[in-house]
Design a protein around this ligand. Structure first.
Ligand code: SAM
Length: 343
């Protein structure tokens, strides 16, 4: 698009994620009654064009990220205290509502004091409008719902949506931690509760220096000695220096999307090294989505998913899944965590 804002292309990547999620959910890959509520009429029309490969990949990455977030929220496995989740570049992600529903269906107490999402103002304005007007979304927020900052932000007891630019760290930190952010609810996040940072398919769009600064800020705020502790979960492409990466970049260049972050993620190991460099001191790990599908997801579930659609391009599927990874890190080693459960 001529004259479009330079960030418009990056913002459009959420539309792909949303359509893939809604399309996979509609076919029964996983339960997500919420994604379709965010679809525009135009996105609704493109739903049936997603190939099986995208559905299978979306299922596997969602499974992995869900499992890690669920562990953190489970007081028997993760921290014993109430926790917080900070999802940066959240787009139209529905994980908050999906997990709330899973917890309610299982009769479990919701252990997450605050779930905070940040994205560009264009994204948060649209999401705030949808969340505040759809009863199925609004009813999960724990009470009073306020649209704030002239429509850019939404606050409620359990869930906060804030506009921000991940490259402007001091403004971001201020709005997340300052009591003046919301006239009704005060600071979105507390530095004294264990906090999970979720960055799902976001860091690849940032310059490596911006990612390092962001991860270091998080590790310092919650992971420093005497801090509340927490963890980081990320999903990103990696190893894009090969032929596959060249094709992917060419396809994205047509849409003016570049992947500056890929320069710092040549391998799986580079993902965990990046976390450690930022100050993550506890257990770290990274698995490709292919490894997640082959080794972690129950065989019954892999089989169930394989039966949903006919997949002819098995090699292509594996090639794609080998280029995406989920990585995680505990801010501090379990022995350092006061009152935290064992890993
Ligand atoms: N996390 C969601 C998911 O996995 O479904 C959305 C992923 S989408 C591929 C990338 C998101 O990151 C977009 O919503 C985009 O607007 C957001 N994003 C990228 N760069 C950003 C920045 N500098 N500041 C705020 N948000 C950003």
């Amino acid at each position: 698009e001529q004259g479009a804002h330079p960030d418009a292309a990056v913002r459009s990547t959420d539309s792909d994620a949303l359509v893939s999620r809604a399309s996979a959910a509609a076919l029964g890959y996983f339960a997500d009654p919420f994604s379709s509520l965010f679809l525009s009429p135009q996105q609704r029309r493109t739903l049936d064009r997603r190939p099986p490969l995208i559905h299978i990949g979306t299922h596997a990455r969602t499974w992995a990220v869900d499992s890690l977030v669920a562990r953190f929220l489970d007081p028997n496995v993760g921290p014993h205290h109430p926790v917080q989740v900070l999802s940066l570049g959240a787009g139209t992600d529905t994980r908050f509502w999906r997990l709330r529903k899973q917890w309610a269906d299982a009769g479990k107490d919701w252990n997450c004091a605050r779930w905070v999402e940040v994205d560009f103002p264009e994204a948060t304005t649209a999401k705030a409008r949808t969340v505040s007007t759809k009863p199925d979304l609004r009813s999960a927020l724990g009470g009073d719902v306020k649209i704030e900052q002239g429509g850019l932000a939404l606050s409620s007891p359990l869930y906060t949506l804030l506009p921000g630019d991940l490259r402007s760290l001091s403004a971001l930190s201020e709005s997340l931690l300052s009591p003046s952010t919301s006239p009704t609810f005060g600071a979105p996040l507390s530095p004294s509760l264990p906090t999970l940072l979720l960055v799902e398919c976001v860091l690849v769009y940032l310059e490596p220096a911006a990612t390092d600064a962001l991860l270091s800020w998080f590790a310092l705020t919650w992971g420093a000695d005497g801090g509340a502790g927490g963890a980081i979960v990320e999903y990103d492409p990696f190893g894009l220096e090969d032929q596959f990466g060249a094709v992917m970049r060419r396809n994205l260049a047509v849409r003016s999307i570049s992947l500056p972050g890929a320069a710092s993620t040549p391998s799986l190991a580079s993902l965990t090294e990046r976390l450690r460099r930022a100050g993550v001191r506890g257990e770290t790990g990274a698995l490709s989505v292919r490894q997640i599908r082959d080794r972690c997801i129950d065989a019954d579930e892999v089989e169930r998913v394989a039966r949903i659609e006919q997949l002819d391009e098995v090699e292509e599927l594996n090639l794609v899944l080998e280029h995406y990874a989920v990585a995680w890190g505990n801010l501090r080693a379990s022995s350092e965590e006061e009152g935290q459960g064992e890993d």
